[in-house]
Design a protein around this ligand. Structure first.
Ligand SMILES: [Ca+2]
Ligand SMILES: [Ca+2]
Length: 93
Protein backbone atom coordinates (compact mmCIF):
# COMPACT_ATOMS: atom_id res chain seq x y z
CA UNK A 1 0.00 0.00 0.00
CA UNK A 2 1.17 3.50 -0.81
CA UNK A 3 -0.89 5.99 1.19
CA UNK A 4 0.47 9.04 -0.62
CA UNK A 5 -0.58 7.58 -3.95
CA UNK A 6 -4.10 6.91 -2.64
CA UNK A 7 -4.32 10.44 -1.26
CA UNK A 8 -3.20 11.92 -4.58
CA UNK A 9 -5.80 9.82 -6.41
CA UNK A 10 -8.55 10.92 -4.06
CA UNK A 11 -7.59 14.57 -4.49
CA UNK A 12 -7.49 14.20 -8.26
CA UNK A 13 -10.95 12.62 -8.31
CA UNK A 14 -12.34 15.35 -6.08
CA UNK A 15 -10.86 18.02 -8.35
CA UNK A 16 -12.27 16.33 -11.45
CA UNK A 17 -15.80 15.94 -10.14
CA UNK A 18 -16.08 19.44 -8.70
CA UNK A 19 -14.94 21.14 -11.92
CA UNK A 20 -17.16 18.86 -14.01
CA UNK A 21 -20.14 20.24 -12.12
CA UNK A 22 -19.03 23.85 -12.42
CA UNK A 23 -18.01 23.91 -16.09
CA UNK A 24 -19.63 22.51 -19.18
CA UNK A 25 -17.45 23.58 -22.07
CA UNK A 26 -13.76 23.06 -22.62
CA UNK A 27 -12.25 25.65 -20.31
CA UNK A 28 -8.75 26.56 -19.25
CA UNK A 29 -9.34 24.39 -16.20
CA UNK A 30 -10.13 21.39 -18.35
CA UNK A 31 -7.20 22.04 -20.63
CA UNK A 32 -5.06 22.17 -17.50
CA UNK A 33 -6.51 18.85 -16.41
CA UNK A 34 -5.75 17.33 -19.78
CA UNK A 35 -2.21 18.59 -19.49
CA UNK A 36 -1.86 17.10 -16.03
CA UNK A 37 -3.22 13.76 -17.18
CA UNK A 38 -0.86 13.92 -20.12
CA UNK A 39 2.11 14.52 -17.85
CA UNK A 40 1.00 11.75 -15.50
CA UNK A 41 0.71 9.34 -18.43
CA UNK A 42 4.11 10.31 -19.81
CA UNK A 43 5.99 7.84 -17.68
CA UNK A 44 9.45 8.27 -19.14
CA UNK A 45 9.09 12.06 -19.20
CA UNK A 46 10.13 12.56 -22.84
CA UNK A 47 7.14 14.83 -23.50
CA UNK A 48 5.36 12.51 -25.92
CA UNK A 49 2.95 9.63 -25.36
CA UNK A 50 3.75 6.36 -27.06
CA UNK A 51 1.33 3.48 -27.51
CA UNK A 52 2.32 1.70 -24.31
CA UNK A 53 1.91 4.86 -22.24
CA UNK A 54 -1.48 5.60 -23.80
CA UNK A 55 -2.65 2.06 -23.16
CA UNK A 56 -1.57 2.25 -19.52
CA UNK A 57 -2.71 5.78 -18.66
CA UNK A 58 -5.07 7.17 -21.32
CA UNK A 59 -7.39 4.40 -22.54
CA UNK A 60 -9.69 6.75 -24.46
CA UNK A 61 -6.73 8.20 -26.31
CA UNK A 62 -5.32 4.74 -26.91
CA UNK A 63 -8.55 3.71 -28.65
CA UNK A 64 -8.17 6.61 -31.09
CA UNK A 65 -4.40 6.53 -31.22
CA UNK A 66 -4.13 6.13 -34.99
CA UNK A 67 -6.54 9.00 -35.62
CA UNK A 68 -4.77 11.29 -33.16
CA UNK A 69 -1.27 10.46 -34.37
CA UNK A 70 -1.57 12.68 -37.41
CA UNK A 71 2.01 12.21 -38.64
CA UNK A 72 1.92 8.45 -37.98
CA UNK A 73 5.21 8.20 -36.08
CA UNK A 74 3.66 6.14 -33.26
CA UNK A 75 3.97 8.93 -30.69
CA UNK A 76 1.52 11.65 -29.68
CA UNK A 77 2.98 15.09 -29.16
CA UNK A 78 1.34 17.95 -27.25
CA UNK A 79 0.75 19.60 -30.65
CA UNK A 80 -1.24 16.60 -31.82
CA UNK A 81 -3.20 16.70 -28.59
CA UNK A 82 -3.93 20.39 -29.13
CA UNK A 83 -5.16 19.68 -32.66
CA UNK A 84 -7.47 17.06 -31.22
CA UNK A 85 -8.80 19.45 -28.57
CA UNK A 86 -9.45 22.03 -31.27
CA UNK A 87 -11.40 19.58 -33.43
CA UNK A 88 -13.34 18.53 -30.37
CA UNK A 89 -14.22 22.17 -29.59
CA UNK A 90 -15.34 22.87 -33.15
CA UNK A 91 -17.60 19.85 -33.29
CA UNK A 92 -19.44 20.99 -30.18
CA UNK A 93 -19.99 24.51 -31.41
CA1 LIG B 1 6.70 9.22 -23.02
CA1 LIG C 1 2.85 11.76 -33.94
Amino acid sequence: MRPTFLLATALALAALSSSACAQRQLTDDQRQQMLERWQAADRNGDGVIDRAEAEAGLPRIYKNFDKLDSDGDGRLTPEELRAMAQRFGERRR
